[in-house]
Design a protein around this ligand. Sequence first.
Ligand code: NAP
Length: 279
Amino acid sequence: MSNNKIWFITGAGRGLGVELTKAALAAGHSVVATGRNSAKVAAAVGDHPNLLCLKLDVTRIDEAQSAVNAAVARFGGIDVLVNNAGNFYAGFFEELSPEEVRSQLETLLFGPMNVTRAVLPTMRSQRTGLLLNISSTAGIAGGMYCSAYAAAKFGLEGWTESLAVEIAPFGIRTMLVEPGFFRTELLTPDSTTFAQPSIQDYADRSKATSDAWSGMSGTQGGDPAKLARAIVHLAGLEVPPTRFAGGSDAVGVFKAKAQALLAEADAFRELSTSLAHDE
Ligand SMILES: NC(=O)c1ccc[n+]([C@@H]2O[C@H](COP(=O)([O-])OP(=O)(O)OC[C@H]3O[C@@H](n4cnc5c(N)ncnc54)[C@H](OP(=O)(O)O)[C@@H]3O)[C@@H](O)[C@H]2O)c1
């Protein structure tokens, strides 16, 4: 991908979205930076002649279409869509309400689908584009207290991997980014909702785990500005990776998962491969 591309970024008012916007502008690209509050986005990313700030709540299909229309009207197309907006519903599955689980999927899975649905006709007509979805190591490996978040991120991974094959003939590529722990606002009360403790059997672990997650906020090892620059670099490659492990912790998760899958394929190989009809 050559320089001076048009980027469209969701959730650009805080965290990684702000850094992505700054990194893409610094690399010479034009950026449509979007968020639920466009004034907040503008204040966070600052002024730039190649920048357009727009209102977009990713759970709103109508807002996705309006923002895409405005982006195309201003810049003539969209080359890179970054589905970045996110939040975290933390808690044991039994203590998360059905509404909380649905809300998690609305933001992390249906949100990217809404925005992508609005962008793809433009990318198809251009016969080029990059769909860049910010997943998580929780999209590779599940873990305690993350069932809703991991369900959404695993969904994002499966959807992206499938969509990739459907849109490749139109010159549109996909790239998933799986960050480990980065120092953004994700673990602050503005982005994290803890399930209300309601089941005595979980009480001890619930308190310890919510304290641990809250305590991590502001101390995560990953630098989101560095991650943003890495993403902008990778998006500019002729063949961007289909997955990128963000951080050394993420590399560890990738390797452990790959090894676990290989071991599981081997553990019952004879039984697994004995299941065809006899004829
Ligand atoms: N930080 C990490 O360690 C980490 C690790 C793995 C994956 N990730 C992923 O990285 C992405 C960015 O998160 P972050 O770490 O930068 O978190 P963050 O600092 O909390 O920022 C989240 C951003 O998403 C926006 N957002 C939330 N719901 C939205 C909606 N319905 N429509 C539009 N925007 C919405 C927020 O906007 P408001 O200001 O309006 O709330 C905010 O700008 C997320 O997809 C997250 O899952 C982060």
